[in-house]
Write a protein that binds this ligand. Structure first.
Ligand code: SAM
Length: 296
């Protein structure tokens, strides 16, 4: 665990200590236990550590006028903390069985519940002005990457995003060139957004506990388009090919779409691996892809 790890109190939602060796002092979640059995297929690992919940809400710091969209409110742990600011929340929850609980819990709050799959949801219907949505969520691990790609296509609606994700995914989002984590997700996110890995959250902060470490990431769309001459579609194709076989050289991965000489003209060694290239070098390469050659 590094300095950015929030230690859990080791208390579950009934307030019972789960791990005698851990530090005390944090509060269990304010939420009373319910009869809802967590569903694995919906990635239901509910946050139960009030200290962690408060830290996430503080990082998001919503204001009363914010247009907050929560993906997967679950049993309302984070929702409740966000409501302390007086903001209105649109929440998208796929599990119909959680709806009535959420309605009762937040009967006197400005909660609009959408019983929907976030991957198919039309986010434009929640937006009132450009870049007004503050999207948040403790995301189910199985949908996190496709959902982030979907939101990247809707950046004109979004002010910022704060997500709890598997730490490994946050590492890839925030990766720097020359590391193993640098790849398609890092490139496609960082070309249009600033990415900050905020802090890690241990498995004991959830019920049931996931097998992996989690982390909170903040993703903020850039105010001015970066390298606007670069088609994001072409860049996506380029990185898909360039990182297809990470151990192979650029020459090998791109042999059907860009000639060695063309790579060399950019001052890039065709014998290098894609993970050593900067964002700008990958953008430069994508500009050498002809639509016909890249199949687009
Ligand atoms: N926010 C709650 C918390 O932190 O305790 C619950 C987080 S739990 C990791 C993920 C939540 O997302 C669950 O409530 C689950 O039912 C919901 N969910 C899963 N897949 C979804 C999808 N495709 N669209 C919307 N919600 C989804």
């Amino acid at each position: 665990m590094n300095d950015k790890t929030l230690k859990s109190s080791g208390r579950n939602r009934q307030g019972l200590s789960q791990n005698k060796g851990q530090k005390q002092g944090r509060q269990p979640s304010k939420h009373r236990p319910t009869t809802h059995a967590p569903r694995k297929r919906f990635g239901q690992n509910f946050l139960t550590d009030q200290g962690v919940i408060t830290a996430i809400a503080r990082a998001i710091a919503p204001s009363e006028s914010d247009n907050v969209v929560e993906i997967g409110p679950g049993q309302g742990a984070l929702t409740d903390a966000l409501f302390d600011s007086g903001c209105a929340i649109n929440a998208i929850e796929i599990d119909r069985d959680l709806q009535s609980q959420l309605r009762v819990m937040f009967f006197n709050r400005e909660l609009t519940l959408h019983n929907a799959d976030a991957l198919k949801f039309d986010f434009s219907k929640l937006s009132k002005t450009a870049n007004d949505l503050r999207v948040v969520g403790n995301l189910p691990y199985n949908i996190s990457t496709p959902l982030i790609f979907k939101l990247l296509e809707n950046l004109g609606l979004i002010k910022d995003m704060h997500f709890m994700l598997q730490k490994e995914v946050v590492d890839r989002l925030a990766a720097v060139p020359g590391t193993k984590a640098w790849g398609r997700v890092s490139v496609m996110t960082q070309i249009d957004c600033e990415v900050e890995s905020l802090f890690e959250v241990p498995p004991e902060a959830f019920f049931p506990s996931p097998k992996v470490q989690s982390a909170i990431v903040r993703i903020t769309p850039k105010s001015d388009p970066y390298r606007p001459e670069c088609s994001r579609r072409q860049l996506s194709k380029l990185v898909h090919l360039a990182f297809a076989q990470r151990r192979k050289t650029l020459r090998n991965n791109l042999k059907d779409v860009i000639a060695d000489s063309s790579i060399e003209e950019l001052g890039i060694d065709p014998g290098c691996r894609a993970e050593t290239l900067s964002l700008d070098q990958l953008v430069d390469l994508s500009l050498r892809l002809t639509p016909a050659k890249s199949g687009g």
